[in-house]
Design a protein around this ligand. Structure first.
Ligand code: GUN
Length: 296
């Protein structure tokens, strides 16, 4: 069993980006600028956004964190997005999800100018991704693809089971893995909350690659995985733990102790997919910046 070390790989990617940014600024160009919009006080969201802002600093990007109270109206938030669209000094933006109940996340995502959509969530970008055209890709699935590529894992003709059908992870993951390319060329099965559990288990048991993105701590157990499988754990849930100073521990969607011994490769939580997401967001921001310059 080999760990897919997302933390280390993410550091490599950030170091590559840092070099690219210093080459830009050495020629007198301004650095790329990412704006993160954070609504409300959700602890996990604050942590994720902090990681993103910190990564911007590391690679040499300019970053701005725009915070709004949970009580902000949809109209007000849409006006903020419109202002960022119109600001020529902003290359990329993200609106951290989830959003408070009064706000329709689709309305906000659809309002972001596709060229500045650093998360790759806008329908235009999702459409291009689906057609296999170059575009800003959703960061978590793109990070998983990058991991498979850098570890030189051959996915062609392999059966991949994706657990979860979210717009952020499961669905785009299934599209990227089934697409042409290296990595890619997989036969993909998507399972979700309406898949009968016996069927889900049977699919997993014969899968070469399993990507778990359900948000259900320790859902995937050893008996559901075949010998030699590759397991990618996207889950990261705060589980109450009174023995920790923080009062919680981070749990993946994979029961690591029973699954890991059977795997050829597995991602840990934390230190697997999470850091890759942050690095791919940085890559998207640089791409958005470069696209802007090249289209001028
Ligand atoms: N919430 C959970 N994952 C993500 C992500 O990749 N981007 C944004 N904006 N919000 C999220």
């Amino acid at each position: 069993m080999e760990l897919l070390n997302g933390k280390q790989l993410s550091q490599t990617l950030k170091d590559e980006l840092k070099v690219a940014v210093s080459e830009l600024t050495a020629t007198g160009k301004r650095p790329p600028h990412l704006v993160a919009v954070l609504v409300g006080e959700d602890g996990a969201s604050q942590t994720y956004v902090n990681h993103k802002i910190k990564a911007c600093g590391y690679v040499g990007f300019r970053s701005t964190l725009k915070r709004f109270p949970a009580s902000i109206s949809q109209e007000e938030l849409l006006a903020e997005v419109a202002a960022l669209n119109a600001d020529d000094g902003v290359d990329g933006m993200i609106v951290q999800l989830p959003l408070p109940k009064q706000i329709d996340p689709d309305a906000v995502i659809h309002a972001i100018q596709p060229e500045k959509d650093a998360d790759g969530f806008h329908p235009v970008n999702v459409g291009k991704m689906t057609l296999g055209l170059p575009t800003l890709l959703p960061a978590t699935p793109a990070g998983i693809m990058e991991m498979l590529k850098r570890y030189d894992i051959d996915t062609s003709g392999k059966h991949c089971v994706v657990l979860g059908r979210s717009n952020i992870v499961g669905r785009p993951m299934s599209i990227l893995l089934s697409g042409k390319g290296k990595p890619g060329n997989c036969t993909v099965t998507i399972c979700h909350s309406r898949t009968p559990s016996a069927e889900l288990e049977a699919f997993c048991q014969q899968a070469d690659i399993i990507v778990v993105a359900l948000g259900r701590p320790e859902f995937l157990k050893g008996e559901m995985v075949k010998e030699g499988a590759i397991v990618i754990d996207v889950g990261i849930t705060r589980v109450p733990d009174s023995t920790r100073k923080s009062g919680y521990r981070l749990a993946g969607d994979v029961h690591f102790d029973s699954v890991a011994p059977k795997c050829s490769y597995i991602t840990p939580v934390p230190g697997g997919v999470g850091p890759m997401t942050v690095s791919m967001l940085m890559k998207n921001t640089l791409k958005a910046y470069q696209n802007k310059i090249n289209n001028k």
